[in-house]
Design a protein around this ligand. Structure first.
Ligand SMILES: [Zn+2]
Length: 243
């Protein structure tokens, strides 16, 4: 059976822990951390023009390239389940219990400040064979952030993950999935791939529907922190994964 890792991954990376192996039809999902909550605020009020954002001059010579993955190949036999915004003592233990019951590994995109507050939950994720990856230090948009601050956020989160006992992260999913040239440069500098997603189910109904919606190669976005999770949603998600 093909690996569950998105097809863009080279062979050497297929052993990455995490990047879920769920049966083809059995993926469920949840949603992105968020519609960013922008509400009625105009984009131009909160963001720089895209043309204002440029990657800085590299400190060292080299090839600055990064892979941005959002879906596996259509011939991939499995889907990937990912959880953002944790660890959170309200939800992460429940998610880990559900995944353990299903025998399914997942990838957790964690917030560095939450890791520092609850390192034992990250240790449990790692011990259970899940992959621990970077969301950001805090749940803030990386778009428009000065590159030095971006590096600091990523580096502090990497350190927190390793201090908690997990392996050095290899994936980064910036909050809201928003990336630009400076963020991609930081990813390249740190040897990180950017993993976005292809399935999004922010409600229990959507999680129930996801069993039919997810397909081979799907990257399913779920949450185990902040405001989106609920027990109903997570249990429904588990049922969809098992389906
Ligand atoms: Zn998020």
């Amino acid at each position: 059976m093909p690996t569950s890792v998105p097809a863009a991954d080279p062979p050497e990376s297929t052993g990455r822990r995490g990047l879920l192996r769920v049966g083809l039809t059995g993926a469920a999902a949840l949603a992105v951390g968020g519609g960013a909550g922008a509400g009625a605020v105009r984009y131009s009020d909160t963001h720089l023009s895209p043309t204002a954002r440029v990657a800085p001059r590299p400190d060292e010579p080299g090839r600055y390239a990064v892979r941005v993955l959002f879906q596996g190949a259509s011939d991939c036999a499995r889907a990937c389940v990912t959880f953002d915004d944790g660890p959170d003592p309200r939800w992460t233990p429940l998610v880990l219990d559900i995944l353990a019951d299903l025998g399914v590994p997942a990838t957790f995109f964690v917030l560095g400040e939450a890791v520092t507050a609850h390192p034992e939950l990250v240790a449990r994720e790692a011990e259970a064979g899940h992959e621990v990856a970077i969301h950001n230090w805090a749940h803030t948009d990386v778009y428009g952030v000065e590159v030095g601050e971006l590096r600091d956020s990523v580096d502090r989160t990497i350190a927190a993950i390793e201090d908690a006992g997990a392996s050095a992260p290899r994936l980064w999913r910036p909050p809201y999935g928003r990336v630009d040239a400076p963020a991609l440069m930081v990813a390249a500098e740190r040897g990180l791939d950017v993993l976005l997603w292809s399935e999004h189910t922010p409600t229990a109904q959507a999680a129930a529907d996801a069993a039919g919606a997810a397909h081979a190669g799907s990257v399913i976005l779920c949450h185990d922190g902040r405001s989106q999770p609920s027990e109903e949603l997570l249990r429904t998600l588990g049922e969809s994964i098992a389906a």
